[in-house]
Design a protein around this ligand. Structure first.
Ligand code: HEC
Length: 117
């Protein structure tokens, strides 16, 4: 195997490690839940009910979040980063693209969303 190939494989492996599963990290899950429910951060609760928990908000625009544990982490990340990538007429703001939430904060949200059955 030549060096270029070795390097390619090495970077592919470290790439995998960098995106290693965020699910199951309880501190991250807690942090994500807080961001989800905090008005000045994600404020996701303004538009989304979670599981069976209903919200008393007539302005709730988003679907009730459920079964997200089966979503790939990347799909969840991309949805929060920029919902327009999958839905060009989405009413959900692009939290990552707008710079409202950091990469770390979005990963924490993903960890939390992965707990939603
Ligand atoms: C202004 C209202 C609004 C806010 C705030 C909002 N969303 Fe959304 N969200 C929507 C709407 C509307 C959709 C459905 C359209 C779409 O898929 O783009 C959606 C879809 C989603 C979906 C896909 C759900 C599915 O079953 O297809 C996820 C996941 C999601 N939002 C997560 C979040 C998270 C996490 C936050 C907070 C960082 C958030 N949303 C904040 C309105 C909102």
């Amino acid at each position: 195997m030549n060096l270029t190939k070795k390097l390619l494989i090495a970077s592919a492996v470290s790439g995998l490690l960098a995106t290693a599963s965020v699910a199951g990290d309880m501190n991250l899950v807690k942090e994500g839940e807080k961001i989800f429910n905090t008005k000045k951060l994600g404020n996701c609760l303004a538009c989304h009910a979670v599981n069976g928990k209903e919200i008393n908000n007539p302005g709730s625009l988003g679907p009730k979040l459920q079964y997200l544990s089966s979503w790939p982490e990347k799909a969840l990340y991309d949805k929060i980063y920029d919902p327009y990538s999958t839905n060009p007429i989405s009413a959900m703001p692009p939290f990552g693209k707008n710079g409202w939430l950091s990469d770390h904060q979005i990963k924490a949200l993903v960890a939390y969303l992965k707990t939603i059955k």
